[in-house]
Design a protein around this ligand. Structure first.
Ligand code: OGA
Ligand code: MN
Length: 305
C-alpha cells in the first residue's frame, strides 16, 4: 500500500474525494482555468514555425506556454489544435491505436473483433429518436462494447502489475505521435525528446484516475506529455508526497499539459469528468462517443539518452 509521509496526513486524498463526490457539484472557485486566468504565471511565446501543417495544429508562429508560479515544472498549452486536428487525433485514438499489436484492457483488438468498427456499424441501426438527446445517447453507448475500452498502450507497453517496462513487451511507437510530442517537448526546452511509450486513457462521466506518480521510466528527466480530447476534466497536481495539498486545474478538449523538472515526479490524479452540457441530436459515431467521453494521450520517454 502506498503511504503518505509528513505525519501521514493525506491531503491529496481529501481534495480528490471532494472533486469526485456525486452528492453535490463541487465548487470550482479555486480551480485554475487557463483560458481566463493569466495572473501569477510565466507566459512564454515559443516559435514553432514549419511544424503545424500535417499535425492538426493551428497555424501560428508560436505556441503560448503557461507556467503557473504555484506549480513549478508544470507547463500548460491551451488547445493548440484546429477543429480538424482534434478530429484527426481522436479518430486515431479510437480507430487506429487500439489495434493489435497495441495492448488494451479488453484484450487484443483485431480486424475481426474491432470494437470501434462494430460501434460505427451499430450506430446506423439505432432509431433516430434514441440519438436525439443525451439520455438516449448514453443509453446506447453504455450498451455497446466500445464503452468498456479503458486504456490502450503503445510502444513500451506499461505493465500494470509490475510497473516495469521490458524489452520483451514493446511494439513500434507511432511516428506521427512522436512527432507531435516533440513539438510540445521542444516548447519546454527538450528538443531531443523521444516518445517511446504512451497510455491512451478513455474516460466517461463518473470515471476517475487515482492519485499516482509515474516513476517506472528509466529516464525520469524527460517530461510527461499529456494531451486530452472530448469532455473537460478536473486534474489535480500535488507534490512529491501526498501530504502536499494539490492544485486543481480545468482541462478542456485539445489542452496539453507537460510535467517536467520539479513536477515530473509529482502526485497527480483525475477526480472528475464534467458532464456534456449541450443537448442535441448526434448521429455520427465519433461525435456521439466524444460528447460523452474524454480521451487522454499520456506520452513518455522510457530510456535514458
Ligand atoms: C496517466 C495520467 C492523466 C489524464 O495516464 O498516467 O496521469 O489527464 N493521465 O488522464
Ligand atoms: Mn500519470
Amino acid at each position: 500500500m502506498e503511504t503518505a509521509n509528513s505525519g501521514d496526513v493525506d491531503n491529496f486524498k481529501t481534495v480528490f474525494k471532494y472533486f469526485k463526490q456525486k452528492a453535490q457539484a463541487p465548487c470550482y472557485r479555486d480551480v485554475i482555468d487557463f483560458q481566463t486566468q493569466r495572473n501569477n504565471m510565466t507566459i512564454n511565446k515559443v516559435p514553432i514555425e514549419g511544424f503545424c501543417n500535417d499535425m492538426g495544429l493551428r497555424f501560428s508562429k508560436s505556441l503560448t506556454v503557461l507556467q503557473p508560479d504555484s506549480i513549478p515544472g508544470l507547463s500548460f498549452i491551451c488547445n493548440p489544435f484546429t477543429e480538424e486536428g482534434q478530429q484527426l487525433w481522436s479518430k486515431r485514438c479510437l480507430e487506429m491505436y487500439p489495434l493489435q499489436p497495441s495492448k488494451t484492457n479488453i484484450g487484443d483488438v483485431t480486424h475481426s473483433n474491432d470494437v470501434w468498427k462494430n460501434w460505427c456499424k451499430s450506430v446506423n441501426g439505432f432509431a433516430s429518436s434514441k440519438l436525439g438527446n443525451n439520455k438516449g445517447q448514453l443509453q446506447v453507448l453504455k450498451s455497446s462494447p466500445i464503452w468498456k475500452l479503458r486504456w490502450v498502450t503503445l510502444g513500451y507497453h506499461h505493465n500494470w502489475d509490475t510497473k516495469v517496462y521490458s524489452d520483451d513487451n514493446v511494439s513500434l511507437f507511432p511516428p506521427e505521435l512522436n512527432q507531435l510530442a516533440n513539438v510540445f517537448a521542444t516548447a519546454v526546452g527538450e528538443p531531443k525528446y523521444n516518445a517511446e511509450a504512451a497510455i491512451i486513457n478513455y474516460y466517461h462521466v463518473g470515471s476517475t484516475l487515482s492519485p499516482h506518480t509515474d516513476h517506472s521510466e528509466k529516464n525520469l528527466k524527460a517530461p510527461l506529455i499529456s494531451i486530452s480530447f472530448g469532455l473537460p476534466a478536473i486534474f489535480l497536481i500535488g507534490g512529491l508526497n501526498k501530504a502536499q495539498t494539490p492544485q486543481a486545474i480545468l482541462i478542456r478538449s485539445g489542452d496539453v499539459i507537460i510535467m517536467s523538472e520539479k513536477s515530473r515526479l509529482s502526485y497527480h490524479a483525475v477526480p472528475r469528468i464534467l458532464e456534456c452540457d449541450v443537448e442535441k441530436p448526434r448521429h455520427d459515431p465519433k461525435e456521439l462517443f466524444l460528447a460523452h467521453s474524454r480521451i487522454n494521450m499520456n506520452i513518455r520517454q522510457v530510456l535514458t539518452s
